[in-house]
Design a protein around this ligand. Structure first.
Ligand SMILES: [Zn+2]
Length: 182
């Protein structure tokens, strides 16, 4: 009964200067950013646009007015709630180099997102070493560096995943011990 569950991604967990990504059925298909003024969420149309916002979100916070036909007076495009799973990116991550595509896939147990890149020739690269080797073998990508690729996994917001997958605080609760001092 959980089919169609969606996932959201956002570049900064701090209370301002956020933007976000939304995902469906294990991979990202909708992106969103949060207004730094009214805190409403706005849908971002493309991954490229999202990465552009995320790339400079500290220096240039996102506002509703950055989008055509939007202002802080217009109701939010979507709301942060558990009808979707949200994941949050660090701010100022590198933009994916032109021609490459970054993919994030959520594990079935909601524990982690796995990042990989698809090259302009359709090759799937899963590690920095694979990126380095590919760039070395393809000198036409001169100017693109390994540091333009980022495999870090966004933070999964625990309060927005299905309850059965939420991490239990068993380690904390286990500490409770009977007091039998007498
Ligand atoms: Zn706003």
């Amino acid at each position: 009964m959980t089919s169609g569950r969606k996932i959201l991604k956002s570049p900064s967990p701090s209370k301002s200067k956020r933007s976000s990504l939304m995902m469906t059925q294990g991979s990202v298909d909708v992106y969103a950013a949060q207004c730094n003024s009214c805190m409403k969420w706005r849908v971002i149309d493309t991954q490229e646009e999202f990465e552009e916002i995320r790339h400079k979100v500290i220096q240039e916070p996102f506002y509703c007015s950055n989008k055509p036909n939007r202002s802080c007076d217009v109701p939010a495009d979507l709301n942060y709630d558990s009808t979707r799973t949200w994941v949050i990116d660090k701010p100022n991550l590198p933009k994916t180099p032109k021609g490459f595509k970054k993919s994030l896939v959520l594990r079935k147990d909601y524990s982690k997102l796995d990042a990989y890149y698809i090259t302009p020739t359709g090759k799937k690269l899963r590690t920095r070493n694979e990126i380095a080797a590919y760039l070395r073998d393809n000198p036409q990508y001169e100017g693109i560096s390994v540091t333009d690729f980022d495999f870090s996994s966004p933070k999964i917001m625990q309060d927005t995943i299905p309850e059965i997958f939420q991490q239990k605080d068993s380690s904390i609760k286990k500490v409770k011990q009977p007091k039998n001092d007498l």
